[in-house]
Design a protein around this ligand. Structure first.
Ligand code: GLA
Ligand code: ZN
Length: 689
């Protein structure tokens, strides 16, 4: 197992810092020096600079002012603070929108927006592309040798879509390339439906609330196109950067499970994945449950590049201003949630934001430095503590994990599933994937979050909840995975449509029918207040006995080569199979036909884990609300014990011997974790081989 190289060899340590907007403080020359003093005090070694600074960099068209940024970067370098340097396209100066209205985005309602806010430019506009290329070139030329420069932070949180005439034309070109002929497109989109056959490419328009929304193939391809056009824009931004600073890695900050972009397509275009994490700690959901959902997204970001460590580009040091309730992090949570990212593969802990501005919509957003302006605050102390801990984690840098378990979380599947009319309105795909993740988080078993195109052969257990869309070749690869000894778990609604969102003919679950050994004849749906039950059959292979509640979705299936593990208890399908297993080649394939309560998933996976002998990170049992995660370089394992409850928790590490990375003490037997407490332990590489 390899250790990944540092993101930039100039700074082979954990990076700790924040979005820094000195361009908001140019009127006050003392602020920069005061910030540098505070950055050192807070153990911050990297700042993300210039993210929304276009108006300060190019106050008039073609008139550039880099003097202020020179000073900021020079002073940072002189003080040992590095820069994640941004390109400013996330927001633009007023003169640009005014002179070139084509840069302003057009909504699905075909209305062009007015100037304002941010993240709202057209991805196709030649003028915007030209202006962005120019400023990016200037930045790269000016700072290519700058000692502070570590990484390019390209734009900010790309998102949304533009329906202007330029984008429509690009969409049609993209479709022409994809389908070659209108006949092929009409077939793929099933346009004979409601007489929607296209007879000329120019008739095709993006989906609109007052226009077309009933052609699923169109909806799906539009989303694919938006991803493609966004990546194309990103790559356009990167061209001058790659030419002038070929050794400086590029990233752009992703937004977790943001529905609008397929990050599986985007990830290969960045050198290092980074993402912005804003969980609602201490909210309606218990912190430990939320922690497992956040863990899922961290794992996704690590998996996007096959285990390569990622950057936690943004998180809040205290509260997040745009939430319904902007609650502060309770004592302990800041360190815990920061180290959680590290436990799942982050090589940086960064915040939005360094200093609160005096005005604007984000003036109350959590920041390292508040309006009071000094370091004597709880938040500042919390941040300083994270920096102290990160300084001790050099051995963890670049280490990763190669889990035995993978859960498929596939954007195209999600788009098709959520667009489907039928079953139930809210499909809850993301929530379902996260519910299947929880039993592993609880037991401290690492998981990769992959998509349909990933290589399955590296895993022993493949979980693909609601695998509604099965793209070409995927059924064969899943079948091969099971035939060669893998264990597959999938659920209701799987194997329903192909990559064009066209239903499989000849019996569901389509290309998964053989490996699962079942035929799904009907899909039933229950109202919110309705419940069915499944009962485990005596002597079932999983050794389970209980009954479990079923809500929302129930597939009615027939056994072909599979055997029943559980059956429905109620309604006209009483006694029909509800959970099945099919031995196929050297492996096994499970089908969970209904949406069962969490207690079922917990028992089911406990049994599967035992049956195939998956390895948890630590041998001792984990108490409720505590997880164990690990990273390894193949020689040493770094084990993170994280307590997401407000109570003290004890874990028995049994006979294993560890060194505490923070205190250097030898640790074995019982360890105590205070409320929201954590331990970071090192041992010789062992249990997860
Ligand atoms: C996003 C943006 C930041 C900031 C934060 C606030 O992540 O990238 O610029 O607005 O949200 O939470
Ligand atoms: Zn456009």
């Amino acid at each position: 197992m390899e250790r990944y190289k540092p993101i930039n060899a100039k700074a082979p340590h954990f990076w700790h810092g924040a979005d820094y907007n000195p361009d908001q403080w140019l009127q006050d020359s003392h602020i920069l020096e005061e910030d540098l003093r505070l950055m050192k005090l807070a153990n911050c070694n990297v700042m993300s600079v210039g993210i929304f600074a276009w108006a300060a960099l190019e106050p008039e068209e073609g008139k550039f002012d880099f003097a202020w940024l020179d000073r900021v970067l020079d002073r940072m370098a002189e003080n040992g603070v590095y820069a994640v340097l941004a390109t400013p396209s996330g927001a633009r100066p007023a003169w640009l929108s005014q002179k070139y209205p084509e840069v302003l985005r057009v909504g699905a309602d075909r209305k062009r927006i007015l100037h304002g806010n941010r993240h709202n430019h057209c991805y196709s506009s030649p003028v915007y592309r030209e202006k962005v290329e120019l400023i990016n070139t200037k930045l790269a030329e000016r700072y290519k040798e700058h000692p502070a420069l570590l990484v390019w932070h390209v734009s900010n949180e790309y998102g949304g879509e533009c329906h202007c005439a330029l984008c429509q034309e690009k969409f049609r070109q993209w479709l022409q390339q994809r389908y070659q002929t209108l006949d092929a497109l009409n077939q793929a989109w099933w346009t004979a439906f409601w007489s929607h056959t296209y007879t000329d490419w120019s008739q095709i328009e993006s989906p609109a609330p007052h226009g077309e929304s009933s052609i699923h193939g169109l909806n799906l391809d539009w989303k694919r196109f938006v991803t493609q056009q966004t990546i194309d824009f990103f790559q356009h931004e990167c061209k001058p950067l790659a030419a002038i600073t070929p050794d400086i890695p590029v990233t752009t900050n992703f937004m977790g499970t943001y529905p609008g972009l397929d990050y599986w397509k985007f990830a290969p275009a960045v050198d290092v994945v980074s993402w912005d994490n804003y969980p609602r700690w201490h909210g309606k959901e218990e912190d430990w449950r939320l922690a497992s959902e956040v863990a899922f997204v961290h794992d996704l970001n690590r998996s996007l590049k096959n285990g390569k460590p990622f950057m936690l580009m943004e998180s809040t040091p205290s509260m997040t201003n745009w939430m319904e309730v902007a609650k502060n992090k309770r004592p302990g949570m800041h360190l815990l949630s920061s180290i959680q990212a590290v436990a799942h593969g982050a090589d940086t802990v960064q915040y939005f934001q360094w200093r609160k501005g005096r005005g604007g919509v984000e003036k109350f957003h959590g920041a390292v430095v508040g309006h009071v302006g000094h370091e004597h605050t709880r938040v500042f102390r919390d941040v300083t503590q994270v920096g102290e801990v990160l300084k001790k984690l050099d051995p963890v840098l670049g280490a990763t994990v190669h889990p035995e378990v993978a859960i498929v979380f596939d954007w195209e599947n999600r788009w098709a599933l959520e667009d489907a009319c039928g079953f139930i309105r809210e499909k809850k795909y993301e929530e379902t994937c996260q519910r299947h993740y929880l039993p592993f988080w609880k037991r401290g078993i690492p998981v990769d979050i992959i998509n349909e195109d990933s290589d399955f052969s590296r895993y022993r257990l493949l979980i693909a909840p609601m695998l509604y869309m099965v793209r070409k070749g995927v059924g064969e690869r899943i079948t091969e995975f099971v035939a060669t000894g893998g264990t597959l778990v999938t659920t209701y609604l799987s194997g329903t449509v192909d990559e064009n969102d066209l239903c499989f003919l000849g019996g569901f679950p389509g290309p998964l029918r053989k490996v699962l050994g079942i035929w799904v004849e009907e899909n039933d749906a229950l109202y919110d207040d309705e419940v069915n039950h499944v009962a485990m059959l005596p002597g079932n292979v999983l050794g389970l006995r209980a009954q479990y509640a079923v809500t929302e979705l129930c597939d009615l299936i027939h056994l072909e080569t599979a055997q029943a593990v559980a059956v429905y208890k109620e309604d006209f399908y009483t006694g029909r199979p509800a959970v099945t297993v099919n031995k196929y080649g050297a492996g096994e394939a499970y089908y969970i036909a209904s949406r069962n309560e969490d207690r079922f998933l917990d028992d089911f996976y406990r049994s599967v884990i035992e049956r195939i002998g998956l390895h948890p990170v630590v041998k001792g049992q984990l108490p409720p609300g505590v997880t164990a995660q690990m990273r390894t370089d193949g020689e040493r394992d770094f084990v993170f014990l994280l307590n997401f409850t407000t109570e003290e928790r004890r874990i028995d590490l049994l006979e294993e011997e560890f060194t505490d990375l923070l205190t250097q003490e030898t640790t074995r037997g019982i360890v105590e974790l205070p409320p929201y407490g954590l331990r970071i332990l090192e041992r010789a590489h062992g249990s997860l081989v």
